[in-house]
Write a new protein. Structure first.
Length: 555
């Protein structure tokens, strides 16, 4: 008999399965912060709930050592001063192992049903989550609501759907009969059990803690594994709210809440290392820097490791029928959340002889000026600009921006600070757009995370494609964009994308941007270049998180 929560959410699960097979558009979670969808008082209640947490100990009843941790400061200025219970990493692993026993026996339908209920409860907290994400990551409110709430919940649901898709392929039992000629056949009854791999640890990031975190969290939980959530020290609150919600649902339905725990730590301590190398930790999900991700891949040999790391996302401009649309689209892609997205473009390659457009041929300088002017126009109204840019998440990103400005010739569009009308202390800066030459790989052939991009002169579109592919293969890339009216150039770009293992967007001039990735449709993170060591939205992402154990006996 199905668990009540599985039955409650089965229609949603079935639709998710149908959508990932057809790859069309669908979402059960409303992406707009609409009073009609969430209630007339939802925004006020969510904001009040967030503000009630500021300056207080975070309420989380889990194994802890009696001390507290927390030094989050909003990129918009305020010190959150929220303290979280500190737990010894080994104690959390032991608690997770103990909790897993009853969870393993509950079986796949229960794992999936409970996971879907947690996602539903998280959706009900979308406004509270939006303010938490806004004031830890620096995302403007609308992005914080959409990306941190419904879109992240979509990503979690997608992982649950893939988990169920793979687990339901395993029958509970089978009758095996092998003919033996004149003798009676050999007959055996076989039973198959899905067994979780073990303790899972999620390493959260500071810019998109839920959007990047929910796939791993729910892929593990829906396949029977307990999850220890280790947030980035600068963005704890969104994942703390997630953990609190999960623990509430688990407890209400008779399961040990320690199936999901929070591992909060001070910057620079040994908690991440101790969790990563604990022999009982069998799954690791990580989003962050190449250095840390590669360290996990090399050293956490006992675990199945999924990493999403930095990359150098290229744009190749060969020709276009709509240069104005191209410039507007690229300007928005560069400005959105100040380039603090793993999918944001960085390197824009343009032939030095210029490009053909629907309005006639444009020189390299005209292309550069056109993009720079589109960026200036987009951000000319400060009140509108801050809602696109958000705030710089970390002072380190701001320092990187300032370093890029120093002593560099060829500034196409200089970065400037903007005053935020609501938050005078907010770190808001417009993007820096720089000119570069193809031979200056030391400048652009590595990720400069944040609001810095290059327009790079090349000898030809062939060289542009060569450099784009080289960057993706050697440094990693999660997105690749091409503008071309020549079918032969598009074919070459497709070949480069396939060879480099990176998703390709062609001729984006409208309201879809290369930064964006749609759950249930786009395959985010191919696992085919250094930016991600495994595909992050497909069946392979979940299948390794469980094993099948059988028993058999003669009939």
């Amino acid at each position: 008999m199905a668990h009540p929560l599985f039955s409650k959410h089965q229609a949603t699960l079935d639709q998710a399965l149908a959508t990932i097979e057809g790859r069309g558009y669908w979402s059960p979670f409303v992406e707009m912060p609409s009073p009609k969808a969430y209630g007339e008082t939802a925004n006020d209640a969510g904001k009040a709930a967030f503000e009630a947490l500021i300056g207080k100990p975070f309420p989380l009843d889990q194994p802890n050592d009696g001390t507290s941790v927390g030094h989050e400061v909003s990129p918009f200025g305020p010190d959150l001063n929220i303290r979280y219970p500190h737990s010894d990493p080994d104690a959390l692993v032991a608690a997770a192992q103990k909790a897993m026993r009853g969870w393993r026996e509950a079986g796949p339908q229960t794992w999936v049903g409970v996971s879907l209920e947690i996602l539903t409860r998280l959706n009900q907290r979308s406004f509270e989550m939006a303010y938490a994400i806004m004031h830890t990551t620096g995302q403007a409110f609308m992005m914080a609501f959409q990306a941190g709430g419904p879109h992240a919940q979509d990503r979690g649901l997608e992982a649950v759907a893939y988990a169920w898709q793979q687990m339901r392929l395993v029958p509970g039992s089978a009758m095996w009969e092998k003919p033996q000629g004149k003798n009676p056949p050999l007959r055996m009854e076989k039973h198959f059990a899905i067994v979780p791999r073990g303790v899972s640890v999620l390493f959260g990031c500071s810019t998109f803690p839920t959007w990047n975190g929910y796939p791993g969290l729910f892929a593990s939980l829906a396949t029977g594994n307990p999850v220890i959530v280790k947030p980035h020290p600068a963005a704890i609150l969104p994942l703390a709210l997630t953990v609190a919600t999960a623990r509430q649902v688990l407890g209400e339905h008779g399961f040990d809440p320690n199936l999901v725990t929070l591992a909060v730590h001070n910057e620079g301590d040994d908690t991440p290392r101790r969790l990563a190398l604990n022999p009982a930790v069998r799954i690791l999900d990580f989003t962050g820097s190449p250095a840390n991700g590669e360290w996990l891949e090399r050293n956490a040999r006992q675990a199945l490791v999924f990493t999403e790391k930095a990359g150098v996302n290229p744009v190749v401009v060969d020709s276009t029928a709509d240069f104005s649309g191209l410039a507007r689209n690229l300007a928005f892609s560069l400005a959105l959340y100040s380039g603090q997205m793993c999918t944001a473009p960085q390197n824009i390659f343009v032939p030095r002889q210029g490009i053909a457009t629907g309005e006639g041929r444009l020189s390299l300088d005209e292309v550069r000026q056109g993009i720079a002017q589109a960026l200036d126009k987009l951000l000319s109204d400060s009140a509108r600009a801050v809602e696109i840019l958000g705030a710089i998440q970390s002072p380190a990103i701001l320092q990187r921006l300032e370093q890029a400005r120093q002593g560099t010739a060829g500034v196409l569009c200089d970065s400037r600070p903007l005053a935020h009308p609501q938050f005078p202390q907010a770190r808001v800066h417009t993007p820096l757009l720089l000119a570069a030459e193809a031979g200056e790989e030391q400048r652009f052939m590595h990720e400069v995370f944040g609001p810095v991009a290059f327009v790079i002169a090349t000898d030809s579109s062939a060289q542009s494609l060569e450099l784009a592919g080289k960057g993706a293969r050697e440094r990693g890339a999660l997105t690749f964009s091409v503008y071309a009216t020549d079918p032969a150039v598009l074919d070459q770009a497709r070949e480069v994308a396939a060879d480099a293992g990176v998703s390709l967007s062609e001729n984006l001039t409208g309201a879809v941007y290369v930064n964006q990735s749609a759950a249930f449709s786009d395959f985010h993170g191919t696992g085919a270049n250094p930016a991600a060591n495994a595909a992050l939205t497909d069946a392979a992402f979940v299948a390794g998180r469980f094993r099948v154990v059988q028993r058999r006996a003669h009939v």
